[in-house]
Design a protein around this ligand. Structure first.
Ligand code: DGY
Length: 323
């Protein structure tokens, strides 16, 4: 039997690549360099399945081909706003993602970043490392208490709920939620959460705000200058969702003029480029998109792609079909 021809656009964990090679006529990206638009367009004509990641910006130009061989884009990752949905639909492509398997690790990282910015972890580490620490004193690197405070969560899907679980059951935080659609009362009750009607209602009541909504055009600059102004002057903003959800220029201003307490960002608009104005802000923790970066999650994401491919090529609806 002829095996489907599959293109993997980045290096994946070894165990998953081995399985892909066993099951498919798979081409790996040995050099691990992101594909160009032209490479991608070319791939659509030569492979049955293409397996992209967040670093593949699949704009309308990429889909400008009349008769693609590709039938499925099996994305490695839960977010898929890097794939231009109308173009994929127009070509009749199936698109899948990898939900569930990274929710815990992404929420762990969000909680870690919340704690880091509130307790000034970066300042402390730097001081010790650079040998500037001259001893304990009552006024030294004083941060903000986390336990018992109010956490606002924007986007109460799987990752948002995992974040709420950690914050509420681990740190006794009160949870307020904004979500586009209503959340079932029993789901809110698991973390004693309250759903509010609008983002504007949520922001003024929170000591911490954590973003867990999808990226893409619909949520671009959801957090803008107006909304940053609605936050308490000592509140912190955490983003492990997508960079474009925040107007970074407005955030840099808010941090610079200390109209909010601080921020922690794992994702950036146009990453890996980082807005130079953000780099000048001291009350900001930054990570290079590490939300799902654990051995366990990254392998599970790969195996979830394999599950979706098996579904598709065996003629079943893929379990994680998003388009
Ligand atoms: C995800 O799964 O969406 C991660 O951010 C990597 O793309």
């Amino acid at each position: 039997m002829i095996k489907p021809r599959v293109l993997v656009t980045r290096r994946w964990p070894e165990a998953v690549e081995a399985q892909l090679m066993a099951q498919y006529d798979a081409v790996l990206n040995e050099k691990d360099r992101p594909l160009s638009e032209a490479d991608f367009r070319d791939a659509l004509g030569r492979f049955d399945a293409v397996l992209p990641t967040v670093t593949d910006k699949l704009s309308p130009a990429v889909f400008e081909t009349k008769s693609p061989r590709t039938k499925i884009l099996a994305n490695y990752g839960v977010g898929y706003s890097h794939i231009h949905e109308p173009s994929a639909k127009q070509l009749g492509l199936t698109v899948t993602n990898t939900p569930d398997v990274l929710s815990e690790c992404t929420a762990d990282l969000a909680m870690m970043m919340l704690l880091m910015v509130a307790r000034r972890a970066i300042d402390g580490d730097r001081e010790v490392r650079e040998q500037h620490w001259d001893g304990w004193r009552p006024t030294h690197l004083v941060g903000t208490k986390v336990s018992g405070k109010t956490l606002g969560i924007i986007g109460y899907g799987r990752i948002g709920q995992e974040m709420a679980k950690r914050a509420h059951h681990g740190f006794g935080m009160d949870i307020a939620v904004y979500n586009r659609s209503p959340i079932a009362p029993e789901v809110l009750a698991q973390n004693n959460a309250t759903q509010v009607a609008t983002v504007d209602d949520l922001l003024p009541r929170c000591d911490f705000v954590s973003l867990h909504c999808p990226g893409g055009a619909a949520n671009r600059h959801l957090i803008n200058a107006h909304r940053l102004n609605l936050m308490k002057p000592d509140a912190f903003l955490i983003n492990t969702a997508r960079g474009e959800v925040i107007d970074e220029q407005a955030l840099a201003q808010a941090l610079w003029f200390e109209t909010i307490g601080g921020a922690a960002l794992d994702v950036f608009d146009g990453e890996p480029r980082v807005n130079p104005d953000l780099l000048k802000c001291s009350n900001l923790v930054m990570m290079p998109h590490l939300g799902s970066a654990t051995r366990e999650a990254r392998e599970a994401m790969g195996f979830r792609v394999l599950d979706n491919l098996s579904d598709f090529f065996d003629g079943r609806p893929p379990r994680d079909q998003v388009i």
